[in-house]
Design a protein around this ligand. Structure first.
Ligand code: 5GP
Ligand code: MN
Length: 363
């Protein structure tokens, strides 16, 4: 069963029902031992879609384990109040046992198994039925039995909502999902669109409207997601903007660097830099923004664009990663002191090869 639907190509047809949903619903009804897995450095969409999927299953009397390769950021704790999400980095054996013991593996919010890091080998070797629901470009379809992919969706949560609405047992009635599941789905939509700022479609708002009508508290989610900075996180943001941000005018590019020293000085914890890379895009002449975070093993790369530069292609070509046209990530294996220079040289070369689209990007 291999299907890929690019609903973006349908030019915003409203909330098209998902044809493969029937196959998925049948699969879920078989009562298989199920694990839901999302990507390394899980974000709001990864955790939201996983908890949302589990919520749907629990609502129909079934169970599923949620597992992630590395820790989720603290601000998402409200989606896992009982600490039930298994994390490989914290609990290696239990997580591997759960993957190896599963009869059904549901992968959410990533396109290639290597995004699950240390879990990839076990997933690949497993005889379980494997499902992928995702909104990244170019999913690795060969590795799955059923693929539901829509790179036109704002988020995996938006796509998951459409999948669940297409189930005959749900019958397009969001009240059948329950507030917890809808809250998890809303979280992923809010975080991946950066509060309805990017990748939005008419469906995004239609879905948000339907969810809001169910009584989900958007204000509360907004406060939990966007308004719970620690003081040190706020100060790190100030430090980056004041002391680290460098703008290259000809390339219309910004770069910021978080060093290991910054991590120590600002008591940095996972997820503390979430959203920072978007800030320089608020500057009129900045079209591409890069944030580099030094870790002991590599430099984590975050890329954003507001013009026509595909940071997915840029990351594929120069930063060992990928993502979406306007939001991508990757890794560099070089001293932190060299990354800015490497970034500017790479971007310059990329624009030479692909043409410099910023000239015509009137926005
Ligand atoms: P972020 O900058 O928020 O970490 O990631 C932005 C987007 O790029 C997300 O959609 C994420 O899935 C993707 N991404 C982040 N890091 C990587 C990576 O190392 N490899 C790939 N292929 N995608 C990444
Ligand atoms: Mn996502």
């Amino acid at each position: 069963m291999q299907y890929i639907f690019n609903f973006a190509a349908t030019n915003f047809t409203r909330m098209t029902s998902i044809p493969q949903a029937k196959d998925l619903e049948k699969l879920l009804s078989q009562g298989l031992k199920t694990i839901i897995i999302s990507h390394f450095n899980p974000d709001g969409d990864a955790i939201g879609s996983s908890v949302g999927m589990r919520g749907y299953l629990q609502g129909t009397g079934r169970q599923a384990t949620v597992a992630v390769p590395s820790r989720k950021p603290e601000f998402l704790d409200f989606l896992d109040p009982d600490g039930e999400i298994l994390c490989y980095a914290e609990n290696k054996q239990a997580t591997l046992d759960a993957v190896n013991g599963a009869e059904l593996i549901i992968c959410l919010d990533f396109n290639r198994l290597d995004r699950t890091e240390w879990l990839a080998e076990s997933i690949e070797a497993s005889q379980a039925t494997k499902v992928l629901i995702d909104h990244h470009l170019h999913p690795d379809t060969d590795k799955f039995d059923l693929v539901i992919s829509d790179p036109g969706a704002s988020s995996t949560c938006e796509l998951l909502y459409r999948v669940l609405m297409s189930f005959s047992s749900v019958g397009s009635d969001p009240s059948r999902l329950g507030l917890d599941t809808l809250t998890a789905i809303t979280t992923g939509i809010l975080t991946d669109t950066n509060n309805f700022n990017n990748s939005i479609t008419p469906d995004t708002f239609a879905i948000a409207s339907d969810i809001l009508r169910q009584g989900v508290d958007f204000d509360a989610i907004n406060n939990l997601v966007f308004k719970r900075y620690s003081e040190s996180r706020m100060r790190l943001m100030g430090h980056l903007l004041t002391d680290s941000m460098e703008i290259d005018r000809p390339l219309k590019a910004s770069s910021m660097v978080i060093t290991l020293k910054d991590r120590h000085d600002f008591n940095f914890s996972d997820g503390d830099s979430e959203g920072f890379v978007n800030l320089p895009l608020m500057i009129r002449d900045v079209e591409v923004s890069a944030l580099f975070s030094e870790t002991a093993e590599y430099v984590r790369v975050s890329l954003r664009s507001k013009g026509h530069v595909s940071v997915n292609a840029l990351s594929n070509a120069y930063f060992n990663g990928g993502g979406h046209e306007r939001a991508a990530g990757g890794r560099l294996y070089m001293p932190i002191s060299q990354v800015r220079d490497y970034f500017l040289r790479s971007l310059e070369q990329f624009l030479q090869i692909n043409g410099n689209p910023t000239a015509e990007s009137e926005r």
